[in-house]
Design a protein around this ligand. Structure first.
Ligand code: 5GP
Ligand code: ZN
Length: 114
């Protein structure tokens, strides 16, 4: 996707603080963190939203799930706890049209969210 900001981050066309990368995913610090730890984990493949996960591309979601505890250890929130958020569409608060998993931690997170 030529005009997708997260594709550009994955392709290193725009800078970000990358904290993890492999052949399928990139994780980087959110530019506007909502918690002391706020990492975004994205597939390198352009998947627009959770609505677009299907049997043909869902392995990347399982892969991301396996990376999350590693990142939690990396950021020292494995034991204190954290939240993983995936927003979808207008009511879900999705503002960037490329599937992304928020990893939030480092403070006590409000629940339920607003
Ligand atoms: P959403 O609201 O779509 O679930 O989350 C999008 C997130 O992407 C927001 O938390 C926002 O701060 C972050 N974001 C938007 N643009 C950029 C950017 O250019 N770089 C980085 N690192 N994060 C971004
Ligand atoms: Zn994209």
């Amino acid at each position: 996707m030529d005009d997708c900001i997260f594709c550009k981050i994955a392709n290193k066309e725009i800078p970000s603080k990358i904290v993890y990368e492999d052949d399928k995913v990139v994780a980087f610090n959110d530019i506007d963190p909502k918690a002391p730890v706020h990492v975004l984990i994205i597939p390198k493949e352009h998947i627009p939203s959770p609505n677009h996960i299907n049997s043909g591309n869902s392995t990347v979601s399982a892969h991301i799930a396996s990376i999350i505890p590693k990142l939690a250890k990396q950021f020292d929130i494995y034991d204190s706890g954290y939240r993983v958020v995936v927003n979808c569409g207008k009511d879900g608060g999705q503002t960037v049209g490329h599937l992304h998993y928020h990893l939030l931690g480092g403070r006590n997170l409000d629940w339920p969210p607003g």
